[in-house]
Design a protein around this ligand. Structure first.
Ligand code: GCO
Length: 452
């Protein structure tokens, strides 16, 4: 694979230190398939993808990577790539088909087998409790806009802690709340497809209460657990050095980078910067102020790109819009995201500055590019270059003393990329979705060598 890889001579795993956690991340809905197997209830993504026009090419997650039936095959590949830590999520509706009440033991048994198999292969499982696949039965009662969801999430987190906590040490309560509330309850482009501030604001508040409630449950039941939660983030720059663009970039930063982490760190919602958020207090109940923050062992940051922001009179509430990377003449991925590795360094500097954060782990970073398949090889030099360039930036941050202590690639195999279906390929491992054949890509070979 030598010809497939640019030499980044100074990059070696050892430079990051012995206690740096190396891994790969996945999510249940994106990989498992078997959407109604063994008593599983429907999730909002199972129903959303039945609606026409919601997902590119009408793709559905019902088969995906067949990870539910064939988890051993892919965990074997994690091992083959020398990856010591494997992050995956638990499907809420496999364990509580209606989101609450009746427990489906088959779902618990399944995840116990997956966890046990990781340990058998010498791989440390890292569990995400919630990665966007809310049970449809809860959505029918209002989903994240209904405050009852907090109690139901607590119930789900309690079952996870009691069922898996005897072996699993590393936990992430929730994945990227800004995306599932923003895309799912404000823009309507992700499940459940709801729109507007009146859906978004309660969803945000109930998500924050749930993150904290879930973390408290873990801490109480599993005092030795290593507890985190993950946030999406992007380095933001104003379009031009003009006051109106600078102010717009600050508002976008409040929405994209600060909305969830600041309450969780005890700093409250960033309503000063973003006035439209003030409506969130309507959804407060007495005592909420004391239930918005938690002292996490680590914060998971997920960064892919930077955003350039300009003032926009026409964007309601925000008064800001993105200057699309495709119009800026920069290198972009299949997702049309700018390739800008310095973003991850800027992000580390930004979050490092919060004294309340003890430790940062990059729980996702990666890229989708078109893969070139020739026989039994997949050439994806752009992906390995992307990962190496990002690691160079993380190393620089680490050497400057910033508190970063882990890196997880998104993702193991190509999978179901939400509203984009199977078109964007993010995997270190290629999947032919017709045959389910796997081929380790050049980037996978690179990562395996790097981790050796
Ligand atoms: C995320 C999502 C992943 C995406 C990835 C690429 O947390 O954003 O966890 O599910 O697939 O980010 O868009």
């Amino acid at each position: 694979m030598a010809s497939d890889t640019t030499n980044h001579p100074q990059l070696s795993k050892d430079l990051f230190g012995d206690d740096f956690a190396w891994g790969v991340s996945t999510a249940a809905l994106q990989t498992e398939g078997s959407c109604d197997a063994d008593g599983k209830g429907a999730s909002i993504w199972d129903t959303f993808t039945q609606r026409t026009g919601k997902v590119l090419n009408g793709h559905k997650p019902d088969i995906a990577c067949q990870f539910y039936d064939n988890y051993q095959r892919d965990i074997d590949l994690v091992k083959q790539l020398n990856i010591p830590n494997f992050r995956f999520s638990i499907s809420w509706s496999r364990i509580l088909p209606k989101g609450e009440g009746q427990v489906n033991q088959a779902g618990i048994d399944h995840y116990n087998r997956v966890i046990d198999y990781c340990f058998q292969q010498g791989i440390e499982p890292w569990l995400t409790i919630y990665h966007w696949d809310l049970p449809q039965a809860l959505e029918d009662k209002g989903g994240w806009t209904n405050r009852d969801v907090v109690g139901h999430f607590k119930e789900f987190a309690t079952i996870c802690a009691n069922s898996f906590g005897d072996r699993v040490t590393n936990w992430m309560v929730m994945n990227e709340p800004a995306v599932f509330t923003g895309a799912g309850y404000f823009l309507g482009i992700h499940a459940p497809g709801r729109k507007g501030l009146r859906n978004f604001l309660p969803a945000v508040h109930h998500a924050v209460l749930s993150i904290v409630a879930g973390a408290k449950v873990l801490r109480q039941l599993l005092p030795d657990a290593h507890i985190g939660t993950t946030f999406s983030c992007s380095h933001i720059e104003p379009y031009a050095d003009k006051p109106r663009h600078i102010a717009a970039a600050k508002r976008a930063d409040a929405l994209i980078n600060r909305l969830f982490i600041e309450p969780v760190l005890g700093l409250g919602y960033p309503t000063d910067e973003l006035k439209a958020l003030k409506g969130i207090y309507k959804y407060f109940e007495p005592g909420d102020e004391d239930n918005l923050s938690f002292d996490f062992d680590f914060i998971g940051l997920q960064n892919y790109t930077r955003e350039i922001i300009k003032y926009s009179f026409f964007t309601p509430y925000l008064g800001a819009s993105l200057v699309k990377a495709e119009n800026r003449g920069v290198e972009i991925t299949t997702m049309k995201w700018e390739v800008y590795p310095q973003s991850i360094y800027e992000i580390l500097k930004k979050y490092n500055a919060y004294p309340q954060i003890r430790k940062i782990i990059i729980t996702e970073n990666g890229a989708s590019f078109p893969d070139e398949v020739t026989g039994d090889a997949v050439h994806d030099k752009k992906r390995s270059d992307y990962i190496q360039a990002n690691l160079q930036q993380i190393l620089k941050a680490k050497q400057e003393g910033l508190k970063v202590s882990g890196y997880f690639v998104w993702t193991l195999t190509d999978n179901f990329e939400w509203a984009e279906g199977y078109h964007p390929r993010f995997g270190l491992i290629y999947i032919d979705f017709e045959t389910q054949q796997r081929i380790i890509k050049g980037s996978g070979h690179w990562y395996a060598n790097f981790l050796r």
